[in-house]
Every structure is written in C-alpha cells, then in structure tokens.
Design a protein around this ligand. Structure first.
Ligand SMILES: Nc1nc2c(ncn2[C@@H]2O[C@H](COP(=O)(O)OP(=O)(O)OP(=O)(O)O)[C@@H](O)[C@H]2O)c(=O)[nH]1
Ligand SMILES: [Mg+2]
Length: 484
C-alpha cells in the first residue's frame, strides 16, 4: 500500500458561474412589469491551503479530480442565484505547485499559506441588470462563465533545517529517533526508509527540524536503489549531515569512499553545493567502528568537515552533534531574511482587462484577442439574436469594429474571437458604418416607448448619445472582484 506520496497530478475545476435569467415581471393588469431576471451566482474557487497537520499528498493520489460547486442560475422576481462554494484543499507545508508544463505556479511554505489555483466563473447578468435607458426590456440574459479547469502537479519538498544523508543502513533513521521524538522504522536491511521522516530537535536554546531521507547508493542518479527522487526533500534544508557507517561490513566500503560516493550523487542532483556539511561517524559503540573512526577522522577534518563520532545505540556524542547542528542552523537562519511570513495568499496575476488586439492571419482570418471580448463571447447565448446583438454592441463600443475596419476587414470576412483552440468564428457584419454612429437599438419594446412622456424620451436619447460616444461605462457587478 502506498503510504506516502510526494508527487501527484491533480485535476481541478473551479465552479461555473450560474446563468443570468431573462424574465418579465407579470402581474394582473400590468402586462409590462419590466424585466426581473436575477443574476447567476459565482462559481466556487479551488483553493490550496497549507495545513501543518497534513504530511503527505496521498489524498490527491487517491482522488485526483476535484471540483468546486457551480453558481446557481438567477431566477425571476429579481432572485439572484447563490454563489458556488469554494473548494479548499489542504496540502502539506512545502508543497510546490506546477502547471502541466512544469512551470512553478506557487511554492507553499508556512501554515495557512493559500493559493487560488482555479477561479470560479462569474455569474451571468440577468435581464434586469442588463436593462438600461436604451434597452428597456432585454429579452436575453448573459451566460455564466466556466470556471478555470486545469491540470496541476503537486510536489512535496519537505521543509526541514537539517537533512541526514548517507548509505542505506548507515543509521540515519536510528539517529533521528534518538535525536528527536520521531519513531521511524529501523532495520538492518537496506532501504528500510522509503519515505522521509521528520523530527524536531531541541538543543540549547534552539529548536530545529531534521529530515531523514531514504539511503543513497552509487548510481542513485541513474535511478539505482530508490534513486535521487528523494533528494528533493533535502533541497530546502540549510545543513546537511553525512551519516557515515564506521562499522560497515562490506569490504569495499569505508567512511571516506562512502562520503565521496554520496557527494558525487549530491553533485549530480545539483543545487546543494552551498549547504554547510557536518560528518557524523556512526556506530562507534562497536569496537571496530571506533577504530575506523579514529583512522579517518583526521582526513575528514582536513577536508574541512566538522566531525562527530556518535552512536545511536550508546548515545555517545549525540549532545555534541545536536548542539553543533543548532549552531549551524542558527547561523543559516541569521543570514536569511526573517522567516517567510505565513498566511500569504497567492492569486493568479491580474490580467490587463482593458486591451484587445486584432491580427490578420495568413488565411485572411481576423483574430481578436483580449480579456473582455473573450469573456463577452463566453457570456453570449448564440441562440438568442438579441444576445448576439448585445455582443456586437459591446464589441463596437470597445472599438473592435473600428479596429477591424482600420485593418481592412470587409463584410463577410471571417473574424475569430479567442485563442486558436477555443475561438468563436463568425462572418463579420459591421454594425457600424463609420464614425461613432450606433446602429440597431436592441432590447427595446416599442409599446413602452409610446407610453413614455416626451421629456423622458428626450433624456433617454441623450443618454444614448453619451453611450455612443463611449462615456457610458457599462455596469457589471462582477467586474473587479476585489471585494472577495
Ligand atoms: N551498533 C550500532 N548499530 C546501529 C547504530 N545505528 C544504527 N544501527 C543499526 O543499523 C541498522 C540500520 O539502521 P537504520 O537507522 O535503519 O539505517 P538507515 O540509514 O536509516 O537505513 P535506510 O533507511 O535503509 O537508508 C539497524 O539494524 C540499526 O539497529 C549504532 O550507532 N550502533
Ligand atoms: Mg532509514
């Protein structure tokens, strides 16, 4: 059975926004009560949060597909749909989040650190919210937008101050068990430890964490033994301890060549050269072990390593080792800016909402890209002519039509809005002939027009003109979600 998982694929889907509702208020004797369709609710986000009590990614190995709930659609009578609930996923401290191409999106260190991995879709506006002086009774509503769905790779990089590295059976797990309260499995066969163990050590005034990683053998970098896979847990450690077996039974091994082998594998893994190293010559309770330790000590010191003769069995030298590690950890902490503040919230970078671009492609197709035009397309119910007309108005107001004209687009030319893999393509029908003249008054009910007093009509005409001149910025309560 898998009991520890430190790398998983995770497929997340934030909730979709609920659709807006198109509805007209009906009451006896008041046949035209006005639009009263409510807005759709927002889809829930998918949020990763560091929970110090979670130590593995196992949960996501078992169920890698996670979805937040959708927003509810709006209803008549101005009833807005409720928002979808955010899906909060607990991850261990030190989880690195990558996208499917391997790019790091977030490095989650510190309890409570939060990463919004997928944003819920906005709800669509109901026809009540879409009504304006110019568009008294819209017969359409906007669709809710789909939530972000994407594939992530979560990778756990243990956050510890000290890492114990060495051959299998050198006594790494034995040492962590006597230095701390950790109770790892200990046995006299290689590769007893299959997953990193973490222990907390108190020495003098310092408290630090120690990680014991699975043993390394020559060729680990080529995948021998358990491979270098687990060295990712060493990456964040500020001090490395070479645990050398002074009483190894194999004739071709001795502490000095063991050290060379491990250093070579660390070098292959890379990125660890700057970590201070300490040598622990273990198993000196065995007479042969003590003898060998005495023989190699000088050479190790000559190479610049602080050397400690220890025994996990007789507990010899443990105090000295733990105090020396405390000193090294304190020194490393002092050179780092104060501990990374916790409870960081990482949101996807804000995109430039305002702009758009039009490019002409080799086959003559005009491609429109931009946050707003792409969103508007997603919000459009293409089965509803009025909704399509509303989209055209919005594009026009943003200046997309002018830009198409400027680039030589003619009626009937193909226009694609969105990225290649996911675009809406249509034949262009300019809504506008030239300048700022608006065509097509959409969503108007002429019966209402007739019953309006003249002054009101004049005011409406004025506001229409303002709108045509671009001074009217459309109200969209789902824009700028900073309030959340
Ligand atoms: N005599 C003696 N035996 C020890 C000492 N430390 C560890 N051992 C023994 O060495 C064997 C391996 O110890 P582990 O702590 O499991 O070694 P490890 O380095 O964690 O090994 P892997 O997890 O396989 O990489 C066990 O049988 C231990 O009892 C020590 O100081 N003295
Ligand atoms: Mg072990």
């Amino acid at each position: 059975m898998t009991t520890f998982v430190d790398r998983v694929d995770l497929h997340i889907a934030a909730g979709n926004g609920g659709h807006g509702c198109a509805s007209v208020h009906r009451e006896k004797f008041k046949p035209l009560g006005g639009p009263d369709g409510g807005n759709g609710g927002r889809g829930g986000d998918v949020v990763l949060v560091v929970d110090p009590d979670v130590t593995t990614l196992l949960e996501y190995h078992h169920s890698p597909h996670r979805k937040a709930t959708n927003g509810k659609p709006g209803e008549g009578g101005h009833r807005s749909g409720s928002d979808g609930r955010d899906l909060v996923l607990s991850v261990p401290d030190g989880t690195v989040v990558r996208d499917s191409r391997g790019e790091v999106l977030a490095d989650l260190v510190g309890g409570g650190t939060t990463f919004v991995a997928g944003q819920g879709g906005r709800g669509g506006l109901g026809n009540a919210a879409l009504a304006s002086a110019r568009r008294k009774a819209p017969g359409f509503a906007l669709l809710g937008e789909p939530g972000t769905s994407r594939d992530l790779v979560l990778e756990l990089k243990t956050v510890a101050d000290v890492a114990l590295v060495g051959y299998p059976s050198a006594g790494k797990s034995s040492l962590i068990s006597v230095l701390s309260a950790a109770k790892p499995k200990i046995a006299d066969y290689p590769f007893t430890t299959l997953v990193p163990n973490l222990g907390v050590v108190t020495a003098g005034g310092s408290v630090y964490t120690v990680a014991d990683v699975p043993g390394l053998i020559p060729g680990a970098s080529h995948g021998k033994g358990l491979g270098l896979e687990f060295l990712r847990h060493v990456e964040r450690c500020s001090v490395l301890v070479h645990v050398l077996d002074a009483a190894a039974l194999e004739s071709e091994r001795d502490p000095l060549s063991d050290l060379d082998v491990i250093e070579e594998e660390l070098a292959r893994y890379g990125g660890l050269a700057d970590r201070p190293r300490v040598v622990a010559l273990n198993k000196v309770d065995i007479p042969d072990g003590q003898e060998l330790a005495d023989m190699v000590r000088e050479e190790l010191e000559k190479r610049g390593f602080p050397v400690f003769e220890v025994s996990a069995v007789s507990r010899k030298g443990l105090k000295e080792l733990s105090y020396a590690l405390a000193g090294a950890v304190d020194a490393a902490r002092a050179t780092r800016p104060a501990a990374e503040s916790t409870r960081v919230v990482i949101r996807p970078p804000a995109v430039d909402e305002a702009g758009f671009s039009v490019t002409r492609e080799a086959d003559g197709l005009f491609r429109v890209r931009g946050t707003k035009p792409e969103r508007w397309v997603r919000q459009t119910d293409f089965n509803n002519d009025e909704a399509v007309g509303y989209l055209a108005d919005r594009l026009n107001r943003l200046g997309v039509e002018q830009e198409l004209l400027k680039q030589g687009a003619r009626e009937g030319d193909g226009v694609a809005i969105g990225p290649e893999e996911n675009a809406v393509v249509f034949d262009w029908e300019p809504a506008m002939v030239s300048g700022a003249e608006m065509l097509g008054r959409r969503g108007e009910d002429h019966r209402m027009e007739e019953s309006r007093p003249a002054a009101q009509r004049r005011r409406d005409r004025e506001s229409e003109r303002d709108e045509a001149l671009g001074e009217f910025d459309e109200f969209d309560p789902f824009d700028g979600r900073s309030g959340r």
